[in-house]
Design a protein around this ligand. Sequence first.
Ligand SMILES: [Zn+2]
Ligand SMILES: [Zn+2]
Length: 135
Amino acid sequence: MGNQLNGRCLCGEVSYRVEERFHAFYLCHCAQCQKVTGSGFAANILTSPDNINWLSGSDKITNYEDSLRSFSKAFCQICGSGVPHINKSGTNLVVPAGSLVDQPLKSPTANLFHPESPRWLKHGLLAKSFDGYPE
Ligand SMILES: [Zn+2]
Ligand SMILES: [Zn+2]
């Protein structure tokens, strides 16, 4: 048995638990991930399709499948947060890293579709940092 990690969406309706036996941890910079996150990249952990214990709200999840690149996404119907889902080919459970409450021990293993990364992301990571909103 691996380390147990809890996860939930922002509103708390959807919650789950996964065991930390992860195959990969990808930061994906593709154009689809930028659209679906509204940000610069998606952070997705891959694990076995059966490695999920839904604690609540599994009936509050909507799945979206895009025709490009076998891209799929699942989100909470109430708050829109990305939540775990089985990929289109059925080979992996995709866990959005930001939906985890507990920090995984594993670090990202690769950056995917890196040439599609927006120019502002690299510059943004080097910008001045604040503990909260700027004064
Ligand atoms: Zn939610
Ligand atoms: Zn992507």
